[in-house]
Design a protein around this ligand. Structure first.
Ligand SMILES: Cc1cc2nc3c(=O)[nH]c(=O)nc-3n(C[C@H](O)[C@H](O)[C@H](O)COP(=O)(O)OP(=O)(O)OC[C@H]3O[C@@H](n4cnc5c(N)ncnc54)[C@H](O)[C@@H]3O)c2cc1C
Length: 476
């Protein structure tokens, strides 16, 4: 429902217990949890109803959480395993307390979603068995949570964008000023305001400012509405920036993807082939690790190649495997040729370089058992860069090439928060009345990203923020 604006020159004023800014997984989890604690809730969402759901709706929304061994994961995956994975992948830089809180609460968050009616796909092979996807993807996930929130009596106001924080005389945050379809409104929250309005990936201006000149050309994978103003208004009110402001999440995308809101157009099968740049040369170890631990970094190596693009090359041994199609949603057909020379011509890469690259690669492949389910050690020897696992010669025509580039999913820089999702100010104190959940939180991801952890992070910290703000509204 739209919240009516005030008279000309004055903003209408609304009061609630808990105010949530942004309606993706984090905001919806916060709002539903706060309602379940009996708080009055208003959620404002910048997008129109038909575009609601933020980045979450574009995602498969795979979630990593601790669970027992099952048909899809041959061993238990404990909260300690998850903690170790997340800390290892950030090379120890992630905030241990926040990561601990995420891992210790991820299972309960998944069970909470299940209790709300979420149906899950069966497990997902070739990623060590720890991730699960909602059957209806991110779109189904947000639709379910909007239904639950409205069913619980929460108010949702679409096309309503927070433009500033309202400061309380005591030094905390009283709520937000927002621009709605009918004009300005002021929303006051007794318990707290929860910023769940994404990172700054959709703002070209902020991307260039924090990530660098190259970043203006990145394909935007998700929502066009996550333009960073939540972060900026919090920092202007005294919040402490935290995390890796100069880096971002990305994936190896089909270079023919739409330039914005392209959704799931990533290739997750590159470990079955090789990459070459436009000189026809390899430039990274395609088999360095499971794709969950490489796709973010590899996409950035690709963007650094001349022209910001590369080619992923396969032969029929790869193409005929059932895992190939499962890990690739085609944007267009691959280039195809019965000869490597023909493929080089179609890609417009120097044929002599490309033939030399493939010949050297094929000659370097060592014997061994090929097994995509494990780091199989079937590698190359004597070439640089090596391929450390899953190396098979490219020798079975027709040969295929898919153009690839990097894109941007969300940004790593955010706000300093404590384990109650309270935003911390530049003096190191909680800013009373202000919370953050999901992408606006800093200190989780550095240089790389452990697959399937952003949606679950939004759910875990959204719930924590919603419960905390609801309790604060009751004077707790
Ligand atoms: C193609 C794709 C695939 C992905 N796959 C996965 C995956 O499988 N697993 C995984 O964990 N992660 C995945 N991700 C990342 C993940 O989806 C997101 O990081 C996560 O869902 C973000 O949730 P969120 O609630 O923090 O933000 P969002 O879902 O982006 O929600 C933020 C909301 O805030 C609103 N907003 C912005 N500014 C304002 C404002 N000023 N006022 C009011 N509202 C505002 C936006 O409109 C938006 O609705 C993927 C992302 C994409 C794009």
């Amino acid at each position: 429902m739209p919240l009516p604006a005030g008279s000309p020159g004055a903003a209408a004023t609304y009061e609630t217990d808990v105010l949530v800014v942004g309606g993706g997984i984090a905001g919806l989890s916060a709002a539903v949890e706060a309602r379940q604690h009996g708080a009055d809730v208003i959620l404002i969402e910048k997008a129109p109803r038909e575009h609601r759901g933020g980045n979450t709706r574009f995602a498969d929304a795979q979630m990593r959480f601790p669970h027992e061994a099952d048909a899809y994961g041959p061993r238990d995956y404990t909260a300690d395993d998850m903690f170790d994975d997340l800390m290892r992948i950030s090379r120890g830089r992630a905030n241990r307390d926040l990561v601990r809180t995420l891992c210790d609460n991820a299972r309960a968050a998944a069970e909470w979603l299940t209790a709300l009616g979420l149906e899950w796909e069966a497990g997902y092979p070739h990623t060590a068995g720890y991730r699960r996807s909602p059957k209806a993807g991110g779109q189904g996930l947000v639709d379910l949570l909007y239904r639950r929130l409205e069913g619980l009596g929460g108010i949702v106001s679409y096309e309503t964008a927070a433009v500033d924080l309202l400061l309380a005389s005591g030094g905390g945050i009283a709520g937000v000023r927002a621009r709605g379809p009918e004009g300005l409104i002021d929303l006051h929250a007794r318990g707290g305001t929860i910023l769940a309005c994404g990172g700054f990936q959709a703002s070209v201006e902020m991307r260039v400012r924090y990530l660098g000149r190259f970043s203006d050309a990145l394909i935007l994978r998700g929502s066009r509405y996550n333009t960073g103003e939540g972060l900026m208004m919090a920092i202007a009110a005294g919040a402490q920036p935290a995390g890796q402001w100069g880096d971002y999440h990305s994936a190896v995308l089909d270079a023919r993807s739409p330039r914005i809101e392209c959704g799931v157009t990533a290739l997750y099968n590159y470990q079955m082939g090789i990459f070459v740049n436009r000189e026809g040369r390899r430039f990274l170890d395609e088999g360095e690790d499971f794709r969950d631990h490489t796709y973010v970094r590899f996409s950035k190596h690709i963007v650094e190649q001349a022209g910001g693009q590369a080619w992923c090359i396969f032969d029929q041994k790869a193409f005929q495997r059932e895992e190939f199609a499962r890990a690739w949603r085609p944007v267009g057909p691959p280039l195809q040729s019965d000869t490597l020379e023909g493929l080089a011509r179609q890609m417009d890469v120097p044929a002599e370089n490309f033939l030399e690259t493939v010949a050297a690669f094929n000659a370097a492949v060592q014997p061994g058992d090929y097994d995509l389910d494990r780091l199989d050690g079937k590698r190359t020897l004597g070439i640089y860069p090596p391929k450390s696992n899953w190396a098979l010669p490219i020798d079975t025509p027709p040969y295929l090439a898919i153009p690839v580039t990097g894109g941007i999913t969300f940004t790593f820089g955010g706000l300093k928060c404590d384990t109650s999702a309270r935003v911390i100010d530049t003096r190191g104190q909680p800013l009373p009345g202000l919370y953050a959940a999901g992408e606006p939180m800093g200190e989780f991801f550095y240089d790389n990203y452990p697959g399937a952890t952003s949606v679950i992070r939004g759910c875990v910290f959204g719930r924590i923020a919603g419960a905390h703000a609801a309790s604060r509204a009751r004077g707790g």
